[in-house]
Design a protein around this ligand. Structure first.
Ligand SMILES: *Cc1c(COP(=O)(O)O)cnc(C)c1O
Length: 353
């Protein structure tokens, strides 16, 4: 079949499963266990369906303005997309268009190599050290751009801003993308470095800390010039990416800072408590600053625990991949959900001793 020679073949990203069982405990895709801000529900009830006749604002102006105000930047420095996956895909398409390989960690968000393959971008991975930390010296080789999450996924480890800055300092001639999907759970954002580095792009999302994975809202902040280039690509691809409800409801989420701080604070408190419980059960893990814990058991293989949990309708994430095949990524849910998880593990591991 001749046409098949011309197909753009890709091996797609595999997202965590989305089972829908009445009593399941879903700790596999890092969603927020609490509902979105109350204003989101209120605004949903007030939504006028007639407005759906029209195309939405292709600049997502109200949401861009709300984010600019919240993060103390100019609206011209904000780009909004359909989840940060869309934002990062646009950034890859816009900025990673050279011949040198782009760089990212070997253990990281498993979408980066998929986008690189899709867009035919050469890439090279830099191994994390034995404690799962990024080695900034690896990012001092010739490259066509850099991307890494901070905190990293799936390890949950946060790098100091000094490490981020060291990477920026040695890469003034390429775009450095910091994927801050999990920054709101206790990390320090690289946004403060924007004034110093006009090649920095900071990406964040409403999917985790703002409890809105279902609405698909992501954004990035960078210098005006970077954002302009991204908009040029976006408007050459699909002008109306973000639907009207997402635009309106996103604004409501940004407005309620008190609720945002409350829910992220609760998740952080639960995370710290769960760390202690897991340690007692014989698990080890990098000291997560995200809304998940990347845990290995000292005697029982991760895959076995994963299966046992699954049979009990407790879903966590497991990858049979080099370096991480003995770890489980466990999303931090509510206290009750985590209590169930811990109780289950206690019983399960008792029989294995
Ligand atoms: C979840 C996640 C994203 C994507 O989130 P969206 O739902 O598309 O906003 C991006 N990067 C990392 C590291 C993530 O974990």
């Amino acid at each position: 079949m001749k046409w098949e020679d011309n197909v753009r073949r890709v091996i797609p990203y595999v997202a965590g499963e989305q089972p829908n069982k009445p009593n399941m405990i879903k700790l596999n895709t890092n969603e927020c266990p609490y509902p979105p801000a109350p204003g989101v529900e209120k605004r949903t009830a007030e939504m006028n369906c007639d407005a759906l006749r029209l195309y939405p604002d292709s600049n997502t102006t109200p949401l861009v303005n709300a984010l600019a105000e919240y993060y103390h930047v100019q609206p011209s420095q904000v780009f909004v997309g359909v989840g940060s996956d869309d934002v990062i895909a646009m950034a890859f398409m816009t900025f990673f268009n050279g011949n040198e390989p782009i760089l990212f960690p070997d253990v990281t968000y498993s979408f980066y190599d998929v986008w690189a393959d899709l867009y035919r971008i050469p890439y090279k991975t830099c191994p994390l050290d034995d404690d799962w930390h990024i080695r900034p010296e690896d990012y001092k080789q010739p490259n066509g751009g850099i991307i890494f999450p901070n905190p990293n996924a799936p390890t949950g480890l946060l790098e100091d801003l000094a490490v981020v800055e060291e990477i920026l300092q040695s890469n003034r001639d390429v775009i450095v993308v910091v994927d801050e999907a999990y920054i709101d759970f206790g990390g320090v954002s690289a946004l403060s470095l924007l004034d110093k580095y006009d090649n920095l792009l900071v990406v964040q999302t409403f999917s985790k800390s703002r409890a809105m994975a279902g609405l698909r809202i992501g954004f990035c902040i960078g210098s005006e010039k970077l954002i302009k280039y991204m908009n040029d690509v976006k408007f050459s691809f699909n002008s109306y990416t973000m639907n009207l409800p997402s635009q309106l409801l996103g604004v409501e989420a940004v407005k309620d800072d008190k609720y945002f701080k409350e829910t992220t604070g609760k998740i952080v408190a639960t995370r710290e408590w769960v760390k202690g419980e897991l340690k007692e059960l014989g698990f080890t893990f990098p000291d997560s600053m995200a809304n998940f814990i990347f845990a290995s058991h000292k005697t029982v293989p991760a895959e076995e625990i994963f299966q046992a949990l699954r049979e009990a309708d407790i879903y966590v994430r497991y990858w049979n991949k080099p370096r991480i095949s003995n770890s489980l990524r466990i999303t931090v849910g509510t206290d009750e959900e985590m209590r169930c998880l811990i109780d289950f593990l206690k019983e399960y591991l008792k029989d294995k001793a």
